[in-house]
Design a protein around this ligand. Sequence first.
Ligand code: HEC
Length: 151
Amino acid sequence: MEKISRFVVVGLLVALAFVHPFAFAQGPVKKPTPKPLGKPSIAVAKSPGQVVYEQNCLTCHQANGSGVPNLNPPLRGTDWVLGDKTRLINVVLKGLQGQEVEGDAYDNAMPAHDFLTDTQIADVLTYIRSSFGNKAGVITIDEVKATRAQK
Ligand code: HEC
């Protein structure tokens, strides 16, 4: 009787030793994926106006609004950007050529951008009036609509 129970106990222990690694295995350990270098972990959302600017204006006026000396004027602190709204909207709708900007002349011509929607023009002008150190008010869709209707 004692022999049998010892046999059973040993048998159970052997069985347990065999089953144990399977019962508690947790599958392959996953390596943490490394973060890509040089990118901020929190993406900063762009305003719609910045997107329009980057696609239509940046090549000439540059990302920081500095322009290119003698070719394309800056958008930083100019009377054209900060001043009369109708005149500013018309620069985008009709383009500009042969005008002085803050006393300097520029060789390039600004092409008309009347293919942009009223919303895109309102967004991009609001963007340039509040970027590059500029602090001028919003341009609304209705203001663009009204100016487009005048011509
Ligand atoms: C092909 C180059 C080019 C592109 C693209 C362009 N511009 Fe211009 N822009 C110019 C030039 C050149 C002038 C000055 C024209 C002149 O001398 O009369 C100018 C003038 C201006 C002015 C008035 C002067 C000033 O610097 O304040 C504004 C405002 C302006 N651009 C905004 C824009 C916006 C907004 C866009 C995009 C929707 C845009 N431009 C796209 C070349 C460009």
